[in-house]
Design a protein around this ligand. Structure first.
Ligand SMILES: Cc1cc2nc3c(=O)[nH]c(=O)nc-3n(C[C@H](O)[C@H](O)[C@H](O)COP(=O)(O)OP(=O)(O)OC[C@H]3O[C@@H](n4cnc5c(N)ncnc54)[C@H](O)[C@@H]3O)c2cc1C
Length: 553
């Protein structure tokens, strides 16, 4: 067996790349081992937004905030599900993690203005938003490494670097001049860039590419196609890893520790059925196909406790046959649609944030149905792929995930939704009054962010009355699971008795969600991957001895 030695081994080249950059800055020798042939993981496939309150980028964008307000907010949203010393790290160390991102990558950033926290009305919440994202990045700057960036499952129809900030307007292309202007500008950047041999990528592709550029600049070795196979444990302390490389097992000593940042168990059907729901299908995930939770199982075998294994970053989806389900984000905030259960009744505020929506979906007999009319179809994008007025794809009808009918009664009978006609009648009354007395859709600043600003008084409400009528299946998809190794505020793995496993750290989706069962705001998952990776590296370097105090969960 070959053997080699580093100070820190980072397992997984997603948000963990920031941990590697931090460790290198602190003078540690660091190795990244990555299971696949690509860097980036789900991070590369994501929107790339990060929710890290109080960082310098937000301050420079003019956002006034304070650690006290962010602390109050997290105390309210986490609701005691996770120890304060665990999430306190995000507030205390988040801003410094962003400084490493700024110092060690070539990325520039923009504020996602008005993209509200997901519970903005709770004390400490922000309706103006606390999320940043990278500006579109020219991935040709990576040179040959461009080929190593994890590609999306579906190629975009146009070279158009749509970011979180611009998505809102592109979605309203048929409603607002700003939508047309934004789409044209992005198309210009995409197509125009190619003409001058630049390839602008937005969101998570930009973030992952920028992190990797930093990794290369810092001279950090990355072993691709090298999955973690086991941990080396000596006297209860993790002192290294065994990875499979070129078909051989290689032991790598890690004198300061091992960071598991290998993502969740998104694609592991067995674990998902065991911990979450027998109804789930792993083809409803949007994330990295390589995330099968291997490292979570390996950590458990080494004595680590697990937390929040029943949770995921749920995201309502249309189970479109093929490589990717359809996303339902802005659609749920827009007028002219409702989501109903198999009785044909509404059961939630459709516009609520996607993780909370998933919590409601998972309780239902699946699938549930989004019901909308032709006006909705004429006005808005659907699943980020069907343009306004464009017919829904024939393959959706063939697969039975979409049904179209001339009247609500006919739709109800064809799908089998006995209460639908009464539900639509009631909803249309509420829409006319501009107030959703039943589920409060449009009351929150979060709901209204993706609403249609041309509709008053409530940008989220409008009647379903212009035929033909449609029903499309909805299932609880996800952006990844968020249960994993139970960790403390230093990202150290804990045993079931709360004792730290020396030398073992976990961050991102390989760890139990630092925020318990909630998604506090846009970018909270990448935010926590970056921050807890940073903290793990600083701790491994011996730079964080005193704060925060470890608390057993
Ligand atoms: C479409 C989409 C949009 C999203 N948008 C956002 C957003 O805007 N903001 C936000 O905060 N979150 C977003 N998310 C969620 C977010 O992307 C993920 O939660 C986050 O990127 C997870 O980061 P990670 O580092 O834990 O995992 P990953 O980024 O998936 O990285 C894990 C890496 O580990 C590797 N790996 C797996 N197993 C092993 C092994 N055994 N050995 C070695 N390596 C291994 C994987 O191949 C992968 O490269 C989005 C997700 C998706 C899919």
């Amino acid at each position: 067996m070959n053997e080699t030695s580093y100070d820190l081994v980072v397992v997984g080249a997603g948000t963990g790349m920031l941990a590697a950059l931090t460790a290198a800055e602190d003078g540690l020798s660091v190795l990244i081992v990555e299971k696949s042939q690509y860097f980036g993981g789900s991070t590369a496939l994501s929107g790339g937004g990060f929710w890290i309150p109080g960082n310098s980028l937000l301050r420079e964008a003019g956002l006034l905030d304070s650690p006290e307000r962010a602390r109050e907010y997290l105390r309210n949203v986490t609701a005691g599900e996770t120890p304060e010393a665990r999430w306190e790290t995000h507030i205390v160390h988040g801003p410094a993690a962003v400084e490493v991102l700024r110092r060690r990558t070539p990325l520039k950033f923009q504020w996602m203005a008005e993209y509200a926290d997901y519970f903005p009305e709770l004390p400490g919440g922000s309706a103006t938003g606390r999320a940043m994202e990278p500006k579109p990045f020219d991935v040709r700057r990576l040179g040959e490494d461009r080929a190593l960036l994890r590609p999306p499952a579906l190629a975009a129809p146009f070279p158009m670097p749509v970011s979180g900030k611009t998505f809102r307007w592109v979605n309203l292309v048929a409603r607002k001049p700003r939508g047309i202007y934004t789409a044209a500008k992005l198309l210009g950047l995409g197509v125009g860039g190619l003409a001058i041999r630049r390839e602008y990528v937005a969101g998570g592709g930009a973030l992952a590419a920028g992190l990797f550029a930093g990794v290369r600049a810092a001279g950090i070795p990355v072993w691709f196609n090298s999955p973690l196979k086991d941990l080396v444990v000596e006297n209860g302390k993790v002192t290294g890893v065994v990875v499979t490389r070129d078909g051989k097992d290689v032991t790598v000593r890690a004198s300061r520790g091992v960071l598991l940042s290998a993502g969740g168990f998104d694609r592991n059907a067995e674990l998902r059925h065991e911990y979450q729901s027998a109804q789930l299908d792993t083809s409803w995930c949007f994330g990295n196909p390589e995330n099968t939770g291997d490292t979570i199982a390996i950590a458990q075998a080494a004595g680590a406790d697990l937390a929040f294994m029943d949770e995921a970053w749920w995201f309502p989806a249309v189970p479109i046959p093929g490589p990717m389900p359809g996303t339902l984000l802005a659609e749920r905030s827009l007028p002219g649609q409702i989501i109903v259960n198999q009785q044909g009744s509404r059961f939630m505020n459709e516009a609520v944030n996607y993780m909370s929506a998933g919590h409601e979906l998972i309780k239902q007999q699946l699938p549930v149905w989004m019901v909308f009319d032709q006006r909705f179809r004429n006005h808005y994008m659907f699943c980020s792929s069907v343009f306004p007025r464009q017919p829904l794809p024939k393959s959706w009808y063939d697969a039975g995930i979409a049904v179209k009918a001339g009247s609500v009664a006919e739709l109800a009978s064809r799908v089998g939704l006995p209460e639908l006609a009464a539900t639509v009648q009631r909803f249309n009354l509420l829409a006319a009054s501009g107030r959703d007395d039943d589920f409060h859709r449009g009351d929150s600043a979060y709901d209204r962010y993706y609403g249609d600003p041309t509709i008053v008084p409530n940008p989220c409400l409008g009647p379903i009355d212009k035929g033909p009528f449609y029903a499309v299946q909805v299932v609880p998809g996800d952006l990844g699971t968020c249960g994993g190794v139970r960790a403390d505020g230093f990202a150290r793995a804990l045993r079931p008795d709360g004792i730290v496993i020396e030398g073992l750290y976990a961050s991102g989706n390989a760890a139990g969600n630092a925020f318990g069962r909630v998604y506090p705001g846009p970018g909270a998952t990448i935010g926590q991957g970056l921050v807890y990776g940073y903290v793990a590296a600083r701790h491994a370097a011996g730079k964080l001895r005193d704060y925060p105090v470890t608390a057993a969960a």
